[in-house]
Design a protein around this ligand. Structure first.
Ligand code: UD1
Ligand code: CA
Length: 455
């Protein structure tokens, strides 16, 4: 099968009014990735080398988005929504390029898995002209029914066109199918619109192919594969299924999730074995974690790289560009953005490190702030290896603290500090013996005099 070339035609021209959104339906995200991009990934995993995206509603926005998630896709505009067969034909130019297999998929069915698609393609490799992906939903109402005779698929009947008897059939059309490239265009061109909705139904090619003596079959996939998203409740349902799959995959790959149902992955999260993720952790896009790290509860992490044996959180926020090297530690209520925390460095409490490097083994005291922004531009703070920054220091960038530099607590550091220097950036302390008592007595007698005057 791997030798057969394959084009995936992804239908995404529909409006999706039930999402009640200004954004085209298929751009709504699951695990941070537009649902149609999940469909693209599944198509590619099933061996599709060509991608045709049929767009219509919100075409400009769709084209722009596709540049990002599938720059390799060719887009085709379906001007009027006249049905699924009509939509596939919008990609006629791509289909006529002579692919062996054409996989028709829906942009709003994001949980389709590559295995189900590959099974349909396998049927083409074995000689079928059309292989339809079927499933058995708990409630078949609304789906096209698969009408089989002696192991062959003879027709797909849309709900609105079904007889009472046909409505009792539980085996339904998931919507997606594989069609032999050499037959695809001639079958599609024969589809008419003589049905209850007056649409050109893709599903009609089943009967058309049968009438020509071509072999038509159905494969069976699980319900999730066919879950179409029409509103935000279904979007959340798909997200939940996706997350459950991903958590299980992570655990089976050696990641400990103490309370898996509270950990949220992105489509691209990578975590190494023997890393432990405590409850209520959120991974935004672009997170890579090596093995043996511990992510404590309530951490919010995106665009960050975390090396092995790091310790993060609880309540840490790692933003894009956070790069934690081996055994680095970023503790509670710390925020790190666009900064490297080198090997074994510690940023333990209530700290902001942005646009910076913290050298290996350095220790950043509680409440340290890199003042990286003057309202217009961002500046860099470079903290050398083994430096010690006392609590509640403000490091006003651009500034460099040399190797082994020592910053007194409460400093505002505006000038660079050489290697091994000690810097105080605060007023010197003044202590006046006995003055505290004197002051207290003065305040007390003033208060007594005031009280007496009021009597
Ligand atoms: C379709 C199937 C039905 C199946 C169901 C599974 C047909 C005729 N029916 O019905 O058998 O059980 O999916 O969910 O195929 N689209 C376009 N242009 C159009 C029409 C549709 O791009 O002119 C796109 C839609 O945006 C959507 C997909 O095609 O992503 C499916 O269309 P939809 O109208 O939702 O088909 P269903 O009625 O759900
Ligand atoms: Ca649908």
């Amino acid at each position: 099968m791997s030798q057969r070339s394959c084009l995936s035609v992804i239908l995404a021209a529909g409006e999706g009014t039930r999402m009640k959104s200004a954004m085209p339906k298929v751009l709504h995200a699951i695990a941070g990735l537009p649902m149609v991009a999940h469909v693209v990934k599944a198509a590619e995993a099933a061996g599709a080398s060509g991608l045709a995206l049929v767009i219509g509603h919100g075409a400009e926005e769709m084209r722009k988005a596709a540049q990002k998630f599938a720059p390799q896709a060719e887009t085709f505009v379906q001007e009027k929504r006249l049905g699924t067969a009509h939509a596939v034909l919008a990609a006629r130019a791509a289909i006529s390029n002579g692919y062996d297999d054409i996989l028709v998929m829906f942009g709003d069915t994001p949980l389709i898995d590559a295995g189900a698609l590959a099974a349909a393609r396998q049927k083409l490799a074995e000689g079928a002209a059309v292989a339809v992906i079927g499933f058995r939903p708990p409630n078949p109402t609304g789906y096209g029914r698969l009408i089989e005779e002696g192991g062959r698929l003879v027709a797909i009947r849309e709900e609105k066109d079904c007889s009472e008897e046909e409505k009792t059939i539980g085996f339904c059309n998931a919507g997606m199918m594989a069609v032999a490239g050499k037959h695809a265009l001639q079958l599609l061109d024969k589809v008419g619109n003589n049905n209850a909705k007056g649409e050109f139904y893709l599903t009609d090619i089943v009967e058309i192919a049968g009438a020509e003596g071509l072999d038509v079959v159905a494969t069976e996939a699980s319900f999730e594969n066919a879950l179409g998203i029409n509103n935000r409740a279904e979007l959340a349902e798909a997200e939940a299924i996706w997350q459950a799959r991903r958590r299980r995959e992570a655990m089976l790959a050696g990641v400990t999730l103490i309370a898996p149902e509270t950990v949220y992955f992105s489509h691209d999260t990578e975590i190494g074995a023997d890393t432990i993720v405590e409850p209520n952790v959120w991974f935004g896009p672009g997170v890579k974690i090596a093995s043996g790290a511990r992510i404590h509860a309530f951490s919010h992490i995106e665009g960050a790289t975390i090396a092995s044996n790091c310790d993060v959180g609880p309540f840490a926020r790692l933003r894009p560009g956070a790069d934690l090297r081996q055994k680095a530690k970023v503790g509670n209520f710390c925020e790190v953005k666009q900064a490297t925390i080198e090997e074994g460095a510690k940023v333990n409490h209530l700290t902001y490190i942005g646009d910076a490097r913290v050298g290996a083994g350095a220790n950043i005291g509680a409440g340290t702030i890199t003042c990286n922004y003057d309202g217009f531009s961002k500046f860099f703070t470079d903290i050398g290896e083994g430096a010690f920054v006392g609590s509640n220091s403000a490091l006003v960038a651009p500034v460099t603290i040399g190797k082994g530099g020592y910053i007194a607590s409460g400093s505002v550091i505006t000038e660079s500090v050489p290697d091994d220097a000690l810097a105080f950036g605060r007023a010197r302390q003044k202590t006046l013996p006995g003055k505290g008592k004197e002051l207290r007595e003065r305040f007390a007698s003033a208060a007594a005099a005031k009280k007496k005057a009021a009597e």
